[in-house]
Design a protein around this ligand. Structure first.
Ligand code: SIN
Length: 509
């Protein structure tokens, strides 16, 4: 299939344009040509919405070993210690590299990083840019990628399948969602950087594009998957009764002193954990659910009034203004909040170089399971994981002798002309999937509910496969199939886990 005689530049496909995809592309473009495919327009991605920041042990009294320790504790015994150590040992270098690339993090008067605090961290160690770190980092990386001669960015392109031969990936079959043409793009390396799947749940903090595409693609290509049952729920999404928007109230607001309260203005979290409102996320989310059930309410409250108007406006301008938009003055009144699906801790299993079990296929960012999060991710370790392992992937590819694809493979070049096709409306709806996952695979689970979800998802999958046979060029149908298949992965991993760990919590019946 491969020949080493070809001399043209190494060709890499990167699927996804969040922080890990963009950072990878910039690093890999030093020695390869990289095409980034995104189904939406940039900058839409999960990382763009990251409000907290990037965790790293920059503080005077902090150390690599404290950060490693906190990460392992959050991960509830299921972290890969080697991967955690690698990530944290490389954190300072990679964040400094982002600075060199032009990202301007908040600094104090001594030009030291202004470090904030989030749940589960023993020290202040979140490097940030106000409360919009993801947006600022992404905007800088997009600027660099768009202006790089070796990077091509193709927006509105949805990857239908990875093309494989003999357990090696050799390209991707891609639907142009505007013209509905399909094209096979062959390349020596394919990198999945597709982000997460929060949109599988009714309440979630993710953008609508987080539909689990990468998990489904990798699974269909035969990649080993890991830890898919561990869905992290963030305790504080702004509660909007009609779900007009997914506005995350960063944990950094609690880190700065805001407290979770019930309708009687009581700080209920100390009943459950000595760290109160800053206890690990899984514990806070479960405790909130209990309190909500007890109160018969769909939400609880975050009291940030003690921070005062100036601090809220200066340090959390996005959150302050987002609340204002919905007539909430967070400096004077409590904010209604609800726990929401936030992050998939598992994913496509990778080694420390971000290699998957399929040759030439790499996975980075949320879609990957490097093992650093175990059963529960420590806050603000995700952008960190994204950049450190994107860097590791680029480095590994650079140092590998990769045989070029043979002409015979490239000759299979395939293109289907655009067509005017009437879109099939599926009988499976996104909100049905979200409701099923929220009710049956949510914060608290039970075997009967999980089993019944498994049956329903199987039926929906069969329906979608039949519908796609009629109209394979439908972006909507293929995205729904990815959602259902990712939901099936979460469900089957959850059914197979026999003990409660981290974010997976099932009640006995
Ligand atoms: C937050 O700011 O609360 C989210 C940070 C994270 O999930 O890592």
């Amino acid at each position: 299939m491969y020949s080493s005689s070809e001399t043209s530049a190494l060709e890499i496909i990167c699927i996804g344009g969040g922080v890990s995809g963009l950072y990878f592309a910039i690093k890999a473009a030093e020695f390869a040509t990289v095409t980034i495919y995104t189904k939406d327009e940039l900058p839409k991605s999960n990382s763009y919405h990251a409000k907290g920041g990037i965790a790293a042990p920059f503080g005077d009294n902090d150390s690599t070993s404290y950060h490693i320790h906190d990460t392992l504790i959050a991960g509830a015994g299921l972290c890969n210690e080697k991967a955690v150590t690698y990530m944290i040992q490389n954190s300072l270098r990679c964040i400094e590299d982002l600075e060199t690339l032009g990202t301007e993090f908040n600094k104090d008067e001594n030009l030291q990083f202004d470090l904030s605090r989030e749940g589960g961290h023993s020290h202040n160690r979140i490097v940030h840019i106000k409360d919009e770190t993801g947006k600022e980092v992404i905007n800088r990386l997009i600027h660099l990628a768009r202006n790089h001669p070796n990077i091509k960015i193709k927006e509105h392109h949805f990857v239908l399948e990875l093309i494989t031969e003999d357990n090696s990936v050799i390209g991707a079959s891609i639907l142009n969602t505007q013209t509905l043409s399909i094209e096979n793009h062959y390349a020596e390396i394919v990198v999945l950087a597709t982000g997460g799947a929060g949109n599988l749940y009714t309440f979630n903090t993710n953008p609508p594009s987080a539909t689990g595409d990468g998990y489904a693609l990798a699974n269909r290509a035969g990649a080993t998957m890991m830890n898919m049952e561990f869905v992290q729920f963030h305790p504080t999404m702004l509660y909007l009764p009609n779900r007009e928007d997914n506005i995350l109230i960063s944990e950094a607001v609690r880190g700065a002193g805001a407290q979770l309260k019930d309708s009687k203005v009581i700080q209920f979290m100390y009943k459950y954990h000595t760290m109160g409102s800053l206890a690990p996320r899984d514990i806070v989310a479960r405790s909130m659910l209990k309190e909500m059930q007890h109160e018969g309410s769909d939400f609880l409250y975050l009291d940030a009034t003690s921070l005062g108007e100036k601090k809220l406006q200066d340090d959390f301008p996005f959150i302050y203004n987002a609340c204002k938009k919905y007539d909430i003055d967070s400096s004077k009144e409590m904010i209604r909040v609800v726990p929401a699906a936030h992050y998939i801790c598992g994913g496509v299993a990778t080694d420390i170089d971000a290699k998957t079990s399929v040759n030439r296929l790499y996975a980075i960012g949320e879609v990957a399971c490097t093992g650093v999060h175990g059963a529960n991710r420590l806050a603000s370790n995700s952008l960190l994981e994204g950049i450190v392992f994107a860097d590791a992937a680029a480095d590994s590819i650079k140092n590998m002798k990769i045989p070029k694809l043979k002409k015979s493979v490239l000759n299979k070049y395939y293109h289907e002309e655009p067509q005017d096709i009437e879109q099939v409306i599926s009988t499976v709806s996104q909100s049905d999937i979200q409701q099923l996952m929220w009710n049956n695979l949510g914060i608290v689970r039970n075997p009967t509910a999980m089993k019944s979800a498994e049956n329903q998802l199987n039926i929906w999958r069969q329906t979608l496969v039949s519908e796609i046979k009629i109209q394979g060029r439908s972006y909507q149908l293929n995205e729904l199939l990815n959602m259902v298949e990712t939901a099936m992965l979460i469900t089957s991993f959850a059914l197979n886990r026999t003990e409660n760990k981290g974010t997976h919590y099932a009640e006995e019946e």
